[in-house]
Design a protein around this ligand. Sequence first.
Ligand code: GLN
Length: 545
Amino acid sequence: MKTNYIFVTGGVVSSLGKGIVTASLAAILESRGLNVTIMKLDPYINVDSGTISPIQHGEVFVTEDGAETDLDLGHYERFIHTKMTRNNNLTTGRVYSEVLRKERSGYYLGSTIQVIPHITNEIKERIIYCAKNHDIILVEIGGTVGDIESLPFLEAIRQMASNVGREHALYLHLTLVPYITVTGEVKTKPTQHSVKNLLSIGIQPDILICRSDHIISKNECKKIALFCNLPEKAVIPLIDVDSIYKIPFLLKKQNLDEYICNRFKLICNQADLSDWEKVIYEETYTIGKVTIGVIGKYIELPDAYKSIIEALKHGGFKNRLNVNIKLIDSEKIELNGVHLLNDLDAILVPGGFGKRGIKGKILTVKYARENKVPYLGICLGMQVALIEFALNVLNIKNANSTEFDEQCDYPIIALITEWCSKSGDIEKRSKDCDFGGTMRVGNQLCRLIKDSLVFNMYKKEIIIERHRHRYEVNNTLISNIEKSGIKVVGRSIDNKLIEVIENSNHPWFVACQFHPEFTSTPRDSHPLFIGFIKAAKKYHSNYIK
Ligand code: GLN
């Protein structure tokens, strides 16, 4: 079967949830037995999102193959079974660096290098490459139509219709239909303008999805269809809902998948959303509530913790609990004290980079440890747990990570290259310190020990998890810490690196160097999050008693 292309653009304003709509549509198409993938084109000039602060565009999502990508790829993996790779996210920076590399190598044989055709060809080649072996690829273009930055991408997708055949290309445009309170009506004009904008660059949308917080009447849809050259059934209103996992149902109810399959003349099954029904059931019919604190430092933008927030909810689904998530600024804890943690049933310290907010995180770990509150430390959350233990249980002054104090006397967390130079252990230096000190990112194998909480959750010895960090637990110092209650329960498959720890003197204190949140999905909640929410419930019940 020839691959079919659905290009998703956005208009009127940003933050309309294009990623969620794209992923939801992909989920319905996948449920019809089609082999679906999704690609995100990002107009920014960064080569990838690895260097961007999470408070700008939200979290950096890590793929199995170790690419640092846009958070939308997280939505894609939560909605469809196809795994994303570095080929599923393309930025302007990556396109230009590749074109410039080719130019320097003489690849273009004396041509003048221009946006059209060289940049647009590079974009098209990469879309076609990503689409390979799939029945349908949905290509989401970041930003809003009218932005200067996204023009080469829009030009490339316009040309794609000629490359693959107009019958195999479909343009879906997502807009906003605002409600004006004073007059009490919804307005279609911004949508008309946005479509005009698209038309001016040569793209006639085939489908419009109109986001609104009010009902858009049949008449209004008719009007939009008339002004935008579309059949009425191609105008799909999408009203706000309380859960993103309901969106596949809303789109299916309006026969969007049917319309697309007919348009591509696809012979396939009817959509089967039964596993999504189960998700909605678990989310709706809860038997209780737990409050979880996420103690971070990028809390002004909740998207900075998107996968963590979703994974916590997924853990709630399987326990049939409503998870109330409180994002708490670790600097506030440092400033105002740990009483801010008083009403929490469990505490999660997520990943992070840099010194700011560390003191508050260490105080948080101390609070969780002393009060026996369930604790889940992720990446930096594991590193601060060990620093806290060294400082307050072992009374080692100046225990730290070299990320925060390069000169500290007791670098319990350090770059691998620093472990031995700090501890002065020459023998170890030759044995352990020869594998670089750069970022460890992407899938890694880990072996769990059987006598552990984590083994009981995963129910297997060898696990695969995604990493994204530079610093590691210092192997040369861990034996001291192990003697006083910290138990190393997971190590890298070569036995060299510490991946999971538990605290033997605590009912549920687990910390891992990897990021379990990246692999949790609503249909397949991550075992660590299921266990964590279960522990929160137990703590909550005991506390209430
Ligand atoms: N900053 C720490 C490191 O680089 C932790 C990173 C993280 O939490 N993702 O090792």
